[in-house]
Design a protein around this ligand. Structure first.
Ligand code: GLN
Length: 446
């Protein structure tokens, strides 16, 4: 009831697309009964939570913030969501996002932009901006988002909370409306690292419905929180802290590193020579995969259908033109172009080679360090309207986050101070499947 009241109070921020009042009250009642009967409780029993609206929940509208799915009711539940509920979490609503998770500002939603409670003239980040604001305003303590190139970590940074992208393969993508399948990963947004660990432990694990999931058993990812930083080697990529990084953000991050050093950690300069190609490689691969994934939205099955079409070709073209937003159309065109026969080798194949180089840079760096420290964004949260006037500026702001998705690595975005009275987060990057170590170091810097 408290959570639902708080959602109502914060309605003006537009963080939720759907509020599941009746369903939530029923689930909460079931949790109360379990408690009263002394039954074994789940790790999140009775805790109100929110999920991004690109995650399927059986019987509930799941829109991916697009007009094309405005009235789509999911016929099944995403595995991660099912596991979340199996631990007793009570889903109170589905959160707003950039349309099909494409964006870093949460301004491309068919349901309107999400506002940043921390700064009115700034974006809340995206694409999981609704989940970030839902947590930042305290409507729920934790929410699920998805991260293809930073969509959990970046909105966490814009709103001053914690966001975790797990290792690719850690969490099942079954029931997540696909953006770029080789990059997508579901993860938590929360107010602290321990809560992120609790949620990850609840939602991870192998799934027969997603054969990219790892066989590794579920772990208690918070078990190393509280361990000393003594002797831990923190890699600091020299290219990340050079030109292009806002001075205020840089000093907030350096303060955390100095504190870690004082507690016994060793700072080691490393090099990520291919970082400058990360955004270009990402936007080729992500749009290529998106153009393929989004071809299923054809105006025939479960989607918006144009009323004007007179033949089959028109039905496809008109339904898609009328119902996909501008940013989504831009990406489908870009993705189709880089996959087209004349340009495939020049763009897509090159981008895949660069992806390998970036991944190799990380592998090499991790030979000499336990974790890598990085900014989340090159500057403060973008001013509202940047995407509209200059999409490239928005794409370029993804520089520090996309490389982890290209390499499949886990990363966590944690508040580390302020600049010009706006939140600044640090990003900690971990070795594949080493989330427990990553979270331990991230919590020590909290
Ligand atoms: N901002 C990036 C993009 O627009 C990342 C989005 C995401 O992680 N879903 O593609």
């Amino acid at each position: 009831e408290e959570s639902l009241a708080s959602i109502e109070k914060n309605k003006g921020l537009n963080a939720y697309i759907s509020v599941l009042t009746e369903r939530a009250m029923q689930k909460a009642k079931e949790s109360d009964e379990r408690r009263a009967q002394g039954k074994t409780l789940g790790a999140l029993d009775g805790i109100p939570v929110a999920i991004k609206d690109n995650l399927c929940l059986e019987g509930s509208r799941t829109t991916a913030a697009s007009k094309i799915l405005e009235n789509f009711v999911a016929p099944y539940t995403a595995t991660a969501v099912e596991k979340f509920e199996a631990q007793g979490a009570v889903i109170v609503g589905k959160t707003n996002m950039d349309e099909f998770a494409m964006g870093s500002s949460n301004e491309s939603s068919y349901f309107g932009a999400v506002e940043n409670p921390v700064a009115k003239d700034r974006v809340p980040g995206g694409s999981s901006g609704g989940s970030a604001v839902a947590v930042a305003t305290g409507t729920v303590p934790v929410a699920l988002g998805s991260d293809t190139g930073g969509s959990i970590r970046q909105p966490a940074a814009c709103t001053g909370i914690v966001g975790l992208k797990p290792t690719y393969g850690r969490v099942s993508r079954y029931g997540l409306i696909a953006y770029a399948s080789s990059l997508d990963q579901i993860g938590p947004l929360s107010t602290n690292v321990q809560d992120a660990a609790t949620v990850l432990s609840a939602i991870c694990g192998q799934d027969i419905h997603d054969n990219t999931t790892s066989q590794r058993p579920t772990e208690d990812f918070g078990r190393k929180i509280g361990e000393s930083l003594k002797g831990k080697v923190i890699g600091v990529p020299k290219e990340y802290f050079a030109e292009g990084l806002d001075a205020g953000c840089k000093s907030a991050i350096e303060n955390v590193l100095k504190k870690a050093e004082a507690e016994g950690a060793v700072l080691k300069e490393i090099s990520m020579p291919n970082i400058s190609y990360a955004v270009a490689s990402y936007y080729i691969i992500a749009t290529a995969e998106a153009s393929s994934n989004l071809s299923r939205f054809d105006g025939v099955r479960y989607t918006y259908r144009s009323k004007e079409a007179k033949n089959l070709y028109d039905l496809y073209a008109m339904s898609r033109s009328e119902a996909f937003g501008k940013e989504v159309q831009r990406r489908i065109m870009l993705g189709s172009y880089v996959l087209s026969s004349g340009f495939f080798d020049a763009y897509y194949v090159q981008a895949q080679k660069v992806r390998r180089l970036i991944s190799d840079d990380f592998t090499k760096a991790f030979e000499s360090c336990d974790v890598i420290a990085s900014p989340v964004m090159p500057g403060l949260p973008l001013k509202r309207g940047t995407n509209e006037s200059d999409p490239m500026a928005m794409y370029l702001s993804d520089i520090y986050t996309v490389s982890l998705n290209l390499a499949g690595l886990p990363g966590i975005s944690v508040p580390c101070g302020k600049s010009e009275d706006l939140p600044v987060n640090i990003q900690w990057i971990g070795k594949p499947y080493a989330e427990a170590d990553l979270l331990s170091i991230a919590a020590a810097g909290e």
